[in-house]
Structures are given as C-alpha cells and as structure tokens.
Design a protein around this ligand. Structure first.
Ligand code: NAP
Ligand code: ZN
Ligand code: ZN
Length: 348
C-alpha cells in the first residue's frame, strides 16, 4: 500500500516551493520508512529547482540531507529497527554490481548511474522525491546510522555537505603536515574547515571577504584570507598541497592553481552552472592536478558520521520552519547563511 505524506515541492522551474501531498511507495522487503525530523538546504537544491544544470523533473521535492527516525521496516531488513536514528544523503539506489558499486563508490556507479534522492527516476520507473517531506521510504542499503553523540539537526547537513568535503579531503591526503586551503565558507566550506582541521591539516580559508573571519578561526582554520585582496594571491603563491573549492559560481581557476605547490591538487566540489575555460599552462607548470569529486560512498558516509561524532561536531545551523524555505533560498543565493539552513520537518 502506498502512503501519502506532506512535502514542499517546486511545481515548475524556478518556481517557489509550496506545500503539497505526495505518494511514497509501499515499504518493500528491504525498505525502511523514515519519519523525517530534519532536512538541510543544499545549494544543489537551488541549482536543480532553477534548472541551472539542465532539465529537471517536476514537481520536485528537494532535500538530500535527511535525518530522521525509522518508523517501519520491511520483512527482509536486517540493518535497522523501528526507533533507530538514521540518515539519507544524495542517493537512494545504484546498480550494486559494477566495479564502483562493489568498491563502495556507489556515487560513481557505471551500471546506469546512482539514483538521486530526488530529481531522478527510481528503479520502479517513478520519480524520486527528496526529504522536504515528513516521511520517506528508502532501501536499507542506502541508509546510514547517525551516532548517538550527534543530535539529528546538526547531523542532517553531514549527509551531503559533510561527505562531499570529507571524501576528497581523505582521498587527497589532508592530514598532519599538509597545507589545505578551503575556498568558499558556506555550507560545504565550513564543514571542510572542521574536517580538515580534525584530520590534522594546516587550514587556510579563502573567502571573498573577511566578514566571517572570526567564525572561520573558531571552526578550526589556522589562517583566513580574503580573495578580494590581490595581496592574498601574491603572498600565498606556491603554498598549498591541496585547495578544495566549494564555490557555487564560476571562478578564475588559474589564479587558484597558482596557489598550489608543485604536484599540488585543486579539487573542485562546487558545481557552477557555466563551463570554465582554462589556460593549461596553469597545470603544466608545476605538474599540478585539477580534480573533481562527488559526494562519497555509503560506507564512507558512515565513516564520516562516526568521525564527526568522535571529534564532537556537526554543522553550524540555522533552524527554520517549512514556511521559511523560499526566504531561505533567497538568503542562500545572497550568501546570507551561517552556515546551513535546516528545516524542522515537523513543520512541513
Ligand atoms: P553555499 O552555502 O552557497 O556556499 C558556497 C560559498 O561559495 C559561499 O558561501 C561563498 O563563500 C562562495 N561563493 C559564492 N559565490 C561566489 C562567487 N561569485 N565568487 C567566489 N565565491 C563565491 O553552497 P553549498 O551548499 O556549500 O554548495 C556549494 C557548491 O557545491 C554548490 O555549487 C553545490 O551545488 C555544490 N555541491 C557539490 C556536491 C558534489 O558532490 N560535488 C555536493 C554538494 C554540493 P564565501 O562567502 O566564503 O566567499
Ligand atoms: Zn547537496
Ligand atoms: Zn553500479
């Protein structure tokens, strides 16, 4: 039996989100039903509502930073029980048999690609709807456990912003003796600072201004510089082993590549809506790498949550009621958020 639940949806590209009713599939053999408690607002939600990355599926219920409580489990479920504290991130399925899925890199599934938590078509042929909703049904293999040490509201943003920064920081070796620059201190960026610091790296924030400097230093940055000041680029030339860009807008990548040491890597997780053009001398001189990274795998997401719990941190959040979603979107586009909007799902 399908169930109905309330949700906030965009009915057309660029439209405001409004309260509506959606259907969730019946809880299948390996499914769990989750009572959503908190859901973060990621800049990717806005890119997709706006069709900034190409065509989207409407109506769209965004939301892929979901924290909640298991309310029902299917007969074949072995990992979770009713009452468990759980999270769902950006994907709810993948082929499970390709090399990447088997290696725990489900986000890079080559057997048809991962199934997004929203704005995608599920294996049942129906559109997926995300977490701006009171309930969701997900296969247990795409659900993670939220450690008791983390309250659900500050844990929600870890499901996308946390894993998207943790995965490349680990992959590219952030740790003691490694100089890391975090470019952009928004939802992803502020977690990148906390994670890189907790991994033992020397962390510099590169933000457009010094407006958030006090916060950056409190979150664990060792240095904080404004990219609007040309001296930043002179002073920090050839400095970093790793630059992690979390910026949602197009950038002068050559300028940021110049901040890398020889053999350094600029890994980009921000997804601007326009393509970039780059003079390749900026990677050739100094044998530099320009890389990208998408979220992280399911096991790695669990590892990240356990890491954050062990180090005693979640996201810095501004909790909102569902009727404030449209205002929050406007503020996020303006850069007016410290540092993640999280919706109290009981108000949906
Ligand atoms: P966000 O909270 O808006 O943060 C983006 C930050 O980028 C802003 O806080 C700002 O930092 C900086 N910024 C914005 N416009 C800029 C400009 N014109 N020039 C320079 N810096 C600018 O967004 P978010 O939720 O963290 O997401 C960031 C990006 O990552 C988005 O494009 C999102 O779609 C993408 N994303 C990718 C993945 C993935 O898997 N790769 C996953 C999640 C999100 P300062 O104020 O400090 O300058
Ligand atoms: Zn996201
Ligand atoms: Zn696969």
């Amino acid at each position: 039996m399908t169930t109905t639940t309330t949700a906030y949806a965009a009915l057309a590209p660029k439209s405001r989100l409004e309260r509506t009713t959606i259907e969730r599939r019946a809880v299948g053999e390996f499914d769990i039903q989750i009572a959503v408690k908190y859901v973060g607002i990621c800049h990717s939600d806005i890119h997709q509502v706006d069709e900034g990355w190409g065509k989207s599926i409407f109506p769209m219920v965004p939301g892929h930073e979901i924290a909640g409580i298991v309310s029902e489990v299917g007969p074949g479920v072995t990992k979770f029980r009713a009452g468990d504290r759980v999270g769902v991130g950006c994907m709810v399925d993948s082929c499970r048999t390709c090399e990447n899925c088997k290696a725990g890199n489900e986000q890079y599934c080559t057997g048809g690609g991962m199934v997004g938590t929203y704005n995608a078509i599920g294996k049942d042929g129906r559109p997926t709807y995300g977490g701006y909703s009171r309930a969701i049904v997900v296969d247990e293999n795409y659900v993670v456990r939220i450690p008791d040490a983390l309250s659900l509201d500050i844990a929600a943003p870890l499901l996308c912003a946390g894993i998207t920064t943790y995965s490349p920081l680990r992959h590219f070796g952030a740790g003691p003796g490694v100089k890391v620059a975090v470019l952009g201190m928004g939802g992803l960026g502020h977690l990148a600072v906390k994670i890189a610091h907790s991994l033992g790296a020397e962390v510099t924030v590169l933000s457009q201004s010094l407006r958030k400097q006090d916060d950056g230093l409190k979150l664990g940055a060792d240095h904080y510089r404004a990219t609007s000041d040309p001296r930043t680029f002179e002073d920090l030339k050839d400095t970093f082993d790793l630059v992690l860009s979390t910026v949602s807008a197009p950038l002068d990548f050559a300028a940021y590549l110049s901040l890398l040491k020889t053999d350094g890597t600029l890994v980009n997780v921000g997804i601007p809506e326009e393509p970039i053009s780059l003079n390749l001398f900026s990677v050739i001189i100094g044998r530099k790498s320009l890389a990208g990274s998408a979220i992280g795998g399911i096991a790695e997401t669990q590892e990240m949550l356990d890491f954050c719990a062990q180090h005693g941190f979640g996201a810095e959040i501004e909790l909102i009621r569902a009727e404030q979603i449209n205002e929050a979107y406007e503020r996020l586009v303006e850069g007016d958020v410290r540092y993640r909007f999280v919706i109290d799902a009981d108000t949906i």
